[in-house]
Structure formats: C-alpha cells, structure tokens
Design a protein. Structure first.
Length: 174
C-alpha cells in the first residue's frame, strides 16, 4: 500500500510542475528511425525509415502529431518500398527541459514489391517519446512505438525506434 501512495504523490508533484510548452504551439518534425515489421510471409522485415510531420500542443500536457514516412528494404532478394502515415495523441509531463510523453497511435502502412504488388493495413499502437527542449525554437528526442495490425492477414506487428528533431513555429524562422 505504501508503494501505491508514493506513486500517487510523485504523480501529483510531477503534474503540478510548470509546463515548458504552451497550448497552441506547433512544430515541424523530422525523424530517422529503424523499423521492424513482422509479416506472416517473410518473417521480420527490417527497414531504415525517414519521416516528416507536424505536431500541435492541444493543451499544456497533450500533443497531437501526424507524420508520413518511407523506408526501403529487401526481402526474398527483392526491393520493397514501405511507406505510411500515422496520427499520435500523447499525454506529456513537461518537466524543465526533459519532456517525456506517452500515448496511442493510429496509422496505415503499405508495402510495394514488383512480385507481390501493393498491400497495406491499418495499425493501432502505443507510442512513447522523450524530448529535450533547451531552447524555444527546437528540441531533440528519442521515440519508440509498438503497434499491431488487428484486421490484416499478412502484417502482424510493427516495432520502431528513432531520433527526431522538432522545429517550433514561428520561432524556427526568427
């Protein structure tokens, strides 16, 4: 019981700290990541990914993000093009310059190969990031995601880890 009380007290203290970000702030985001896509036919398909998108602080402690990405890979000695997009809603605890956030993601991932053609599927997942914002105009971060394709026959799971850069608007262009 004491551990639960300690956890509740720590959560109250962390949430009561002043926020470093403000609702209504927008940012452009670029991410370099590594993704592993579990498929029935090819096992795990590994790909480097490059993504770009935009984020919006809905409140001081919640973010809505959208991004699109692309990653080439090889499976069965064939080049495969993987591309997709996602939307993420994360809650954050904005403590000094370190900004951890966790939340849900929803997206679509497609893969194209000359022999198999185009296939795609919707995914739902869990996303977590830690950003470091020491200046008003930008932040650096590390993000990870675990997702599942509940209604697809071939795609099963997606695991992603990456580093990102956020440029806050309009501060980025000052």
């Amino acid at each position: 019981m004491r551990l639960g009380s300690l956890f509740c007290a720590a959560a109250v203290v962390l949430c009561a700290l002043p926020a470093n970000a403000s609702w209504g702030e927008k940012y452009l985001s670029g991410t370099l990541s590594y993704s592993a896509l579990s498929t029935v036919e090819h096992g795990y398909v590994h790909a480097p990914f490059v993504s770009g998108g935009m984020g919006y602080y809905v409140t001081d402690f919640s973010i809505l993000e959208g991004e699109v990405g692309y990653g080439p890979t090889r499976a069965d000695d064939e080049l495969r093009q993987i591309f997709g997009g996602r939307g993420v809603f994360r809650m954050l605890i904005d403590v000094t310059e370190w900004v951890p956030s966790v939340g849900a993601s929803l997206g679509w991932l497609s893969a194209y190969a000359p022999d198999d053609g185009l296939e795609g599927g919707a995914f739902v997942g869990f996303s977590a990031c830690v950003d470091r914002r020491t200046q008003r105009d930008h932040s650096w971060g590390v993000c990870g995601e675990i997702a599942a394709f509940p209604f697809h026959d071939n795609f099963q799971a997606l695991h992603t880890i990456g580093v990102r850069f956020n440029g806050f608007l309009p501060f980025l262009f000052d």
